[in-house]
Design a protein around this ligand. Structure first.
Ligand SMILES: C[S@@+](CC[C@H](N)C(=O)[O-])C[C@H]1O[C@@H](n2cnc3c(N)ncnc32)[C@H](O)[C@@H]1O
Length: 263
């Protein structure tokens, strides 16, 4: 049993019912669940968003290649599996800066296959885009689905995550898509947020307002999250939801999400 410091990838994997996690990560998630009964629903709201957004990009807009920033690779229906359900020859490049995630990804993803993992900080846009695996799998002249789920909230304002996302979207052609989901405390009591952040204190979170989340999509066309819905950032569970009432639960209120297309 490893005693390494809990990581976001391991805690997330455990919260989703996976096996790629340590005892310390399980303890941290169990403590968070005691504070927040809706913890699991929140985690699933984010994960469900990723899967629904990728499915829509592949099926509706025929996006065949994806860059999944902050991959995590949890033990749950990952992006390349979701893409393959729609486009068997679809390609995915995962990016993560956690060496455990990268090692696991290399074990899971067959070498020279249609999916690969690149070890990099997503803020190092040039390193990601010029990496040999990225160049092998992604033709930057064709539309790319850029996924940034549960990752920009680890990047402080000083590192300007908005500029990072803008650079990725600047590098890809018209017709490319951005699917982004991240933590917010807009609907939470300050005391609950404080307790939560103290419980998970080995990780620094940067929770953002709706206006700050909307800025990630500057220059892009946000699509309606569900038929007849507003073309704007919504709570994650609502995106692509079939039953809006059931999807709009307390857990979902911890995340904002949207999908946008590059005009
Ligand atoms: C909570 S997991 C999210 C997994 C997946 N994107 C999802 O939403 O289902 C966050 C992942 O982002 C990675 N991460 C955090 N900051 C990063 C950075 N600056 N560059 C690359 N990866 C990062 C962590 O190592 C972790 O694996």
């Amino acid at each position: 049993m490893s005693e390494r410091k809990p990581t976001s990838a391991g805690m997330y994997d455990y919260a989703l019912g996976g096996t790629a996690n340590t005892a310390a990560e399980r303890r941290a998630v169990d403590a968070a669940r005691r504070i927040l009964p809706e913890f699991n629903d929140g985690i699933w709201a984010n994960r469900g968003f990723v899967q629904r957004a990728v499915t829509r990009m592949a099926s509706q807009w025929r996006v065949e290649q994806f860059l999944d920033l902050g991959a995590g690779l949890p033990t749950q229906r990952n992006t390349h599996e979701v893409v393959a359900e729609v486009i068997p020859h679809g390609r995915v490049v995962y990016v993560d800066n956690d060496p455990h995630v990268v090692a696991r990804g290399r074990r899971l993803l067959p070498a020279a296959g249609n999916a690969a993992i690149v070890e990099a900080d997503i803020c190092d846009v040039d390193a990601v885009l010029s990496h040999p695996e990225t160049r092998r799998l992604i033709d930057i002249r064709q539309p790319v689905g850029v996924i940034a789920a549960a990752v920009v909230h680890f990047i402080p304002d000083e590192r300007d995550p908005w500029a990072v996302i803008r650079r990725y979207m600047g590098a890809v052609p018209s017709g490319s898509c951005l699917g982004l989901c991240a933590l917010t405390s807009d609907r939470q009591a300050e005391t609950v947020v404080d307790r939560m952040l103290r419980t998970l204190m080995f990780i620094r979170f940067h929770l953002r307002t709706r206006a700050e989340m909307t800025r990630f999509f500057d220059g892009l066309d946000i699509v309606a999250p569900y038929p007849g819905g507003p073309a704007e950032v919504v709570h994650a569970g609502l995106w692509g939801a079939e039953d809006l009432e059931a999807a709009n639960d307390d857990g979902s209120h911890w995340f904002y999400a949207a999908v946008a297309r590059k005009p």
